[in-house]
Structure formats: structure tokens, C-alpha cells
Design a protein around this ligand. Structure first.
Ligand code: CU
Length: 454
């Protein structure tokens, strides 16, 4: 019967919301299909337990650099042992919240996805213990680092796998600076799809010619968290429904906060399966570096949108200008949360008659999309239920109304009066009088605009 309802919706051109309702209904009937489920792993359908957030551990400071601010994340403390900075990563299963109403059982390091940022200085000797608390083997590859072949972390190629319960040690000297990452190179597709990744930032020895006031970093990723499930699906290749900065979606992504005139750097890595054109409003930024370190100044280039390719890092820098500025991937679907794809286009379709017919079979059905999709946020904010554990497609409220975004979107908030080191969200920007676009008419025939004949 569910199949019949779903095919009816598809045939009749119902909107995305209707398909989600149908998906939900289908999900609820899986266990009624007469199959023998006694040997099936139901973990994908079980709500993970909530743990209170733990305080972020801190460690000693190295005075030679301004620490990186990992969006929604943290930096791994180290200790000095026998001339090396010693770190300890733990690969483990975690419960992660992508945003309000959407959490999943993921894999990460030291209790988080992404794992904590490793931060050090060019020339440092680092010793990194990796303990495997997963139920399958793993390794860690230090993405972009110049190191001895046996430390490169490709399971089978460079080292034996780290089996469940084992601890391996990596040790090498940092021979470069720049923005880098770490991730598994064992069952890589699955382990990365579950959230195993982290940043590895190496500051230049001797400081930087152009100093940075605020240094942000995040990793771009994609997830297939099907409506009504609680584990990401690693087999999905293109049709993802969560697009994240540091495993968070808008509006749960921290704002990038700066004081007017600050020199801000944002380091962006990409461990997703798409390229992301990252766009910043309000300034022309300068692309200044990559996995290859901070480029010579002659190679810096001005841009407002820059593609961060899969497996790449890109550093951008700019001088902060007061305001609230959007900062996002420019792939329009990457600034949305979960949605039904492949739905017949409802734009311009009179669904009044259809709604009553579908409601007879699906009481929760709501027609949508005749005049565009903006009403989606009004419906979801108004309490219209979606599938369990699923972010609404578009969310967020600004001081002037709905922001209608999701996924890879956050704001750069620049204020004149922020103290150095203050990263708290300063709230909405107070626009100087007369500087906001305003209504001058409610008449569609206002004025005499030049138009081509329609
Ligand atoms: Cu994108």
C-alpha cells in the first residue's frame, strides 16, 4: 500500500514535502514486510543516547604562534616528552549532533568529529599515539605532510593495520608549514563517511611576515543520513543530504567573529566527495595558501569565490569589514539540509484538488511549491512534522526574517568593539541608519522599468 501511495505522489507531481512524508511512512513499515529480521543489524534505526557535552580539554601553550580557532571544534593538548611534542588520538564511536534535531552514531577521534586539531610549529618533533577503540582496524594518514614513508599511514602499504584495541605510535619531524589534515587510510570510504578526519596545522618557524589576528579552520564534508535513521550511509556516492563545516550544518555552525580591521585567515580543507566553491560576501579576500603552505606573496590572488577541491586545503585572508556577512558554499544544494530529490516540479501547478485526494490516504500531506519553495521554512518552523531525526531543508532566522539556508552556511560577524580573543557570538549587526535596503512601494506596477516584451 505504501508503494502505491508513493507512486501516486510521484505520478501526480506532489512536492518535496510530500515525498518526505511518504518516505517516513515507508520507513515505519519496514518491519512489517514479513522478513526475518532476527539477524539484521538494527543500529541504523536506533536513536543514540545523548551525552552531556564534555568541557574542552586544554594543554600548554606554545608562545610562537596565535592558536587556530577550529570552528565548533577544539585543539588536542600535547606534552613535551624526550624532545618531542606528544599527542594521543583515540579512534572511537561517538554520538554527534549535526544541528538541532539531527544526531547520529558516528566515528571520530577523542570524542568528536572532526577529531581535535593538531597544532605545532615547523621543525617540531611530534610523537602521535593512535589507539583504536573501533571494532575494525584503522590507520592514520597525515594528509600533505612530508615524512618518512613508513609514517604515511596507508594500511598494508606503509604499515600493518592498527587492530581493535591496539595502539601504534607515529613519530616524525615537521619539515614544512601550512594547513593539513589527517584521516584514516584503512576502509577509508566507510571510516571517512562516518566522520573520521581532523586538521593538522603547522605554523611557520620564525612567525609570519603578514601577521594574522584571527585564524579559523574547518573541514568540508558530506553525509548521507537518510530520514529516520541514526547512522550515516557510507555507500552513497552523490546524493548526500547533510553538507558540513566541521561536521555541523547551519544554523549550528559557529559564526566567524572578528573586530573591524582584523586580518582574518580561514583555512578550509575538503574531505567530502564534491568540490565546493566557497564564497564570502563583503570583501575581496586573498587566497594565500594551501596544503603547500603559505604561498609566496607574488602568488596570492584576489577572489570572492574559490573552489576547495576534494582532498585540497585553501587558505583565504581578508581585512574584516563591519557587518553580518554570509559565508557559504555556492552550490545551492550544499546550503540546504535534507530534501527529497527527483520529485516532479510543482512550480505553477494548482494542487488544490490534489491535496484533498492525497490527504485521504496520507493525513499529514501538505501541498507545497506552487509559487517557489520559500514556504518550506514557514511550514517547518510552524511545527509541521518531518521525518524523525531529520533537519529541515531550510532553516535559520535573521533580524529581518527567515534566512532559508542550511548545510555549508555561516556568517562572518565583524564589530568595531570586540576585544582581542573574544570569539563570542555578538548577536545581530546594528545597521547604521539609512544603510539597509528598504521598501518604497507595494504596487507591482510601480515605476516604469525598461522591459523586453514577455
Ligand atoms: Cu559545496
Amino acid at each position: 500500500m505504501i508503494v502505491d501511495r508513493r507512486s501516486l505522489l510521484l505520478r501526480t507531481g506532489a512536492a518535496a514535502a510530500a515525498l518526505v512524508v511518504a518516505d517516513r511512512a515507508a520507513g515505519q513499515t519496514h518491519d512489517m514486510a514479513g522478513m526475518d529480521h532476527s539477524t539484521m543489524d538494527h543500529s541504523a534505526m536506533q536513536m543514540p543516547a545523548t551525552r552531556p557535552p564534555a568541557p574542552t580539554p586544554t594543554g600548554p601553550r606554545d608562545p610562537r604562534y596565535t592558536p587556530v580557532r577550529t570552528l565548533n571544534g577544539w585543539t588536542l593538548p600535547w606534552k613535551m616528552v624526550d624532545g618531542a611534542k606528544e599527542f594521543h588520538l583515540v579512534a572511537e564511536e561517538i554520538v554527534h549532533e549535526f544541528g538541532p534535531g539531527s544526531k547520529a552514531t558516528c566515528w571520530g577521534y577523542n570524542g568528536s568529529t572532526p577529531g581535535p586539531t593538531i597544532e605545532a610549529v615547523e621543525g617540531d618533533r611530534v610523537r602521535i599515539y593512535v589507539t583504536n577503540r573501533l571494532q575494525e582496524h584503522t590507520t592514520v594518514h597525515w594528509h600533505g605532510l612530508i615524512l618518512p614513508s613508513g609514517m604515511d599511514g596507508v594500511g598494508g602499504l606503509n604499515q600493518p593495520h592498527i587492530k581493535p584495541g591496539e595502539t601504534f605510535v607515529y613519530e616524525f619531524t615537521l619539515r614544512q608549514h601550512g594547513s593539513h589534515m589527517y584521516h584514516p587510510h584503512a576502509d577509508e570510504m566507510t571510516q571517512m563517511a562516518f566522520g573520521m578526519m581532523g586538521l593538522f596545522i603547522i605554523h611557520p618557524r620564525g612567525g609570519e611576515a603578514v601577521p594574522i589576528d584571527r585564524d579559523y579552520a574547518f573541514i568540508l564534508h558530506n553525509w548521507a543520513l537518510h530520514p529516520g535513521t541514526w547512522r550515516p550511509d557510507p555507500s552513497v556516492m552523490v546524493d548526500f543530504d547533510l553538507w558540513t563545516f566541521n561536521s555541523k550544518v547551519f544554523p549550528a555552525i559557529d559564526p566567524i567573529v572578528a573586530r573591524t580591521g582584523d586580518r582574518v585567515r580561514i583555512r578550509m580543507g575538503n574531505l567530502s566527495m564534491w568540490n565546493h566553491p566557497i564564497h564570502l560576501h563583503g570583501v575581496e579576500y586573498v587566497v594565500t595558501g594551501s596544503d603547500g603552505g603559505r604561498w609566496p606573496q607574488s602568488q596570492w590572488r584576489r577572489d570572492v569565490t574559490s573552489i576547495v577541491g576534494v582532498g585540497q586545503m585553501r587558505d583565504i585572508e581578508f581585512t574584516a569589514v563591519p557587518g553580518d556577512w554570509a559565508f557559504h558554499c555556492h552550490m545551492a544544494h550544499h546550503t540546504m539540509n535534507a530534501m527529497g530529490h527527483g520529485v516532479p516540479n510543482p512550480t505553477g501547478v494548482d494542487q488544490d484538488d490534489l491535496e484533498a485526494k492525497v490527504k485521504a490516504m496520507l493525513p499529514g500531506y501538505m501541498k507545497m511549491g506552487r509559487n517557489g519553495m520559500a514556504e518550506h521554512q514557514e511550514h517547518t518552523d510552524g511545527g509541521h512534522p518531518g521525518p524523525p531525526n531529520t533537519m529541515a531543508m531550510m532553516v535559520g532566522n535573521g533580524q529581518f526574517g527567515n534566512i532559508e539556508m542550511g548545510g555549508m552556511f555561516t556568517t562572518v560577524k565583524v564589530r568595531d568593539d570586540l576585544a582581542r580573543g573574544d570569539y563570542r557570538d555578538p548577536g545581530f549587526y546594528q545597521f547604521p541608519k539609512g544603510t539597509v535596503a528598504r521598501r518604497v512601494s507595494t504596487d507591482p506596477n510601480f515605476g516604469a522599468p525598461v522591459r523586453r516584451s514577455i
